[in-house]
Design a binder for this molecule. Structure first.
Ligand SMILES: Cc1ncc(COP(=O)(O)O)c(C=O)c1O
Length: 420
């Protein structure tokens, strides 16, 4: 087998440099552990951006995948298949109770593949609802989003990102889609002001993350979600939560909105829904919003969305999140991880720590300077984590991590970041 160095050279030569990966090659994985071609083992503290909640190659998900793979994998939505209905019924039963459905219209979803596609789907659904149900004048619908958001990388989504350098690429991807307004994150008062400013009759939705993951695990002030809910209801504006990174137990509740017992009108899901094995995403909302009076055949779709293989994997993934009590586990292990990080933070570190924050097992340590070299040193010592926005390291291991494994990781983190 070629060496790690050779694999990295191949990537550099044949892949556009649209990522700046940590120089490690993963050729095998199991649970929280991953291995390079030379056999060195690492503890995965990124989990493919929170996709690996159930741990790498969970045997039951692999079994669901391989069993379904030899029966039927892809039919397209030109025909029905015998897995999509049961999967979407499961979403209605499991995700439905977390969704605001004041008229009891019922839960309906659109299955897609990647997170970006779930968000793009949500945006189209929001606009369709806005024109058909809210009666917004044609082409005047506004969707409010937050500064430092991360919802994916299509042109439209990049267009309403405030991350100029990486995502908007200094305007080199323009022109962008109109109809979006960016406001500060975590400020409910500003949301209400801007709705009034634009004119509530033109605002279709407020789309945001309950915790901003890619921005560096920004946790909003207590009560923010509740206030947003009240404002959205008051002005008939859809509250749309992107729980692609925070969903499925990552923050210690099934969804992050459960921390405040708040129900959004639409949930956008991805990542862990696919069990870390297959891309599965969904836009989950109500019949009032995407029923047949709003969404007609041909208005949206995806050849792979809702394919039997994806549905079999996703049903097993949801089942495992529930059966293995991964929300409780994230709460317990997350509290322990943060406690140990705070103990380390009290010592003299090579680069001063500005903040340690997080919920469940979505944790970040923010430093006062660029920490790329720390992330590479962690890698050399067996911990895989990734810097976000150059000064912050996110720690988001699979939720199946044990206390002993956390101790193993924290001993290394201490060794790397504390001054000796
Ligand atoms: C909150 C959020 N939304 C959307 C996305 C995009 O998901 P994907 O990379 O699967 O397209 C991400 C990815 O990091 C995310 O964190």
């Amino acid at each position: 087998m070629p060496s790690s160095k050779e694999f990295i050279e191949m990537d550099d030569k044949y892949c556009a440099h649209n990522y700046h990966p940590i120089p490690v090659v993963i050729s095998r994985a199991e649970g929280v552990w991953v291995y390079d071609p030379e056999g060195k083992k690492y503890l995965d503290c990124l989990s493919a951006y929170s996709s690996q909640n159930t741990g790498h190659c969970h045997p039951e998900i692999i079994a669901a995948l391989t069993e379904q793979a030899s029966i039927v994998t892809l039919t397209s939505r030109a025909f029905h298949n015998d897995k999509m209905g049961p999967f979407l019924k499961m979403l209605a039963e499991v995700v439905g109770p977390h969704i605001n459905d004041p008229t009891n219209s019922g839960i309906m979803s659109i299955p897609m593949n990647t997170g970006t596609e779930a968000v793009s789907t949500g945006l189209k659904m929001i606009r369709a609802w806005g024109y058909i149900k809210k009666k917004i004048p044609k082409n005047e619908a506004v969707i409010i989003v937050c500064r430092n958001n991360f919802h994916g990388r299509t042109i439209t989504i990049s267009g309403f990102s405030s991350d100029i350098s990486a995502v908007r690429y200094y305007g080199n991807f323009g022109p962008y889609t109109p109809g979006f307004k960016i406001i500060p994150y975590g400020d409910a008062e500003e949301l209400e002001n801007i709705i009034i400013d634009i004119g509530p009759e033109k605002v279709a939705a407020f789309l945001f993350e309950p915790i901003q993951g890619e921005a560096g695990v920004n946790v909003p002030p207590e009560g923010y979600l509740k206030k947003v809910r009240e404002i959205c209801t008051k002005y008939n504006v859809l509250m749309v939560l992107d729980e692609i990174q925070t969903g499925f137990c990552r923050t210690g509740k099934f969804f992050a909105c459960d921390h405040e017992n708040v129900k959004p009108d639409m949930l956008l899901l991805g990542k862990a829904l696919g069990g870390g094995i297959y891309p599965v995403s969904a836009c989950v909302t109500t019949k009032d919003i995407i029923g047949p009076d709003v969404i007609k055949p041909g208005t949206h779709g995806s050849t792979f969305g809702g394919n039997p293989l994806a549905c079999a994997v996703a049903m097993k993934s949801i089942d495992i999140h529930l059966r293995e009590n991964l929300a409780e586990r994230a709460t317990e292990m997350g509290a322990y991880f943060i406690k140990r990080l705070r103990e380390i933070g009290e010592k003299r570190t090579t680069i001063p720590i500005k903040d340690i924050r997080g919920k469940g097992l979505l944790i970040a340590v923010e430093f006062t300077e660029d920490i790329r070299h720390i992330v590479e040193e962690l890698k050399d010592n067996g911990i895989l984590a990734k810097d976000t926005h150059s000064t912050t390291i996110r720690f988001a291991p699979p939720l199946v991590i044990t206390r002993e494994e956390i101790d193993w990781a924290l001993d290394i983190i201490e060794k790397v970041i504390v001054k000796h």
